[in-house]
Ligand binder design. Structure first.
Ligand code: PEP
Ligand code: MN
Length: 354
């Protein structure tokens, strides 16, 4: 069955079963089940965990009884339907946390990961100085936008490819992996050439063509929650990426739109424990876009770590008053460094490292 037809069938009926292998199952046992699943007309997707392998069987629901009967095999522990609408990103499919390795930086493990840097890439000096300060304070990953999703077409739109080149130069010099936004399926190839993590912004969380496009890559994807997407819709967007074959998705809560105007958005920290329960994917928090004012970024960063986030994305600018975008919510390097000291204590209090 070709993948196009496979997808049509699974979207039409969406039948998913998971086959949990016994802990002692051998690779031959797994292969045996994979072959049987194929024989019944289902598509197997392997999810290898630390202790056991799980095979997700995607199909149209026919011969479900045969699939269920696989439970009688000695190397199969259980066969059950996946009840949640999101499947591959669900904890039902994979109980262990997914840990994503970005050039040696592990996201989703016990050590918290802090991504810091300016909202927009504005020039070499600005990026280099900010990156060095963030790294010295303990940030592991450099953020910076080269393609900017602005509300107004008259606002600064980003340095585009020139900005990507600067990010690469600074990454090579500092050794920090980078995360930058891709806004358009047409620019996926270009951004892919330069970055270590592809960011999908809040406004594009339901741009399904873009999600499918990045789903075909092997590079990690940072998926922001949309301004008004429910947690379930956000996970369905992650599912788009996983269903195309890319399991390396990092979720990022960045605030949702509510009636409250004192903050730019309402940072939904309850999304952290909820998402961590529902999915095995890492969940990080962006308090900068969440609150919109630098004064409140530190409190919400600490609260995010206490709530169980796997990391943070924080905007830092060497001269926030001159920033091309998001100056009011950007921390100066010295404020960021002071926050990192505080964060270490909160991390220790909840059994994490930083
Ligand atoms: C950003 O990270 O600079 C950004 C535009 O974020 P969001 O998509 O969450 O608004
Ligand atoms: Mn920003």
């Amino acid at each position: 069955m070709d993948t196009r037809r496979e997808r049509m069938i699974t979207t039409k009926w969406g039948e998913f079963m998971i086959i949990v292998m016994q802990e002692k199952a051998t690779p031959q046992d797994v292969e045996d089940v994979v072959n049987r699943v194929k024989k019944f007309g289902y598509t197997p997707k392997l999810m290898e965990g630390e202790f056991r392998t799980v095979i997700a069987a995607l199909g149209d629901g026919r011969d479900k009884a045969q699939l269920q009967a696989l439970e009688s095999l000695h190397h199969v522990e259980s066969v059950m339907p996946i009840l949640k609408p999101y499947k591959l990103c669900s904890r039902e499919v994979r109980r262990e946390n997914t840990v994503i390795d970005v050039n040696g930086v592990k996201i989703g493990g016990n050590t918290l990961v802090v991504m810091a840097g300016p909202c927009s890439v504005e020039g070499l000096d600005q990026l280099m100085q900010t990156a060095k300060a963030c790294k010295a304070a303990g940030a592991q990953i450099l953020r910076g936008g080269a393609f900017k999703p602005r509300t107004s077409p008259y606002s600064f739109q980003g340095m585009e490819e020139e900005g990507l080149k600067l990010l690469r130069t600074v990454s090579d010099e500092t050794g920090m992996p980078i995360v930058t936004e891709v806004m358009n399926p047409r620019e996926v190839d270009l951004v892919h050439q330069y970055t270590d993590i592809m960011q999908i912004g809040a406004r594009n969380v339901q741009n399904f063509s873009l999600l499918k496009e990045v789903g075909r890559l092997t590079k990690p994807i940072l998926l922001k929650r949309g301004l008004s997407t429910t947690i379930e819709e956000w996970l369905m967007s992650a599912e788009y990426i996983l269903s195309e074959g890319n399991n390396k998705v990092i979720l990022c809560e960045r605030g949702i739109r509510t009636f409250e105007k004192a903050t730019r958005n309402t940072l939904d920290l309850s999304a952290v424990p909820v998402a961590k329960d529902l999915t095995h994917l890492p969940v990080i928090v962006d308090p900068s876009h969440g609150v919109g004012y630098w004064q409140w970024v530190a409190s919400m960063s600490k609260a995010a770590v206490a709530a169980g986030a796997d990391g943070l994305m924080i905007e830092v600018h060497w001269k926030p008053e001159e920033a091309f975008s998001d100056g009011p919510q950007s921390l100066k390097p010295e404020k960021f460094a002071a926050l990192m000291v505080e964060l270490k204590k909160v991390a220790a209090a909840v059994g994490r490292e930083l």
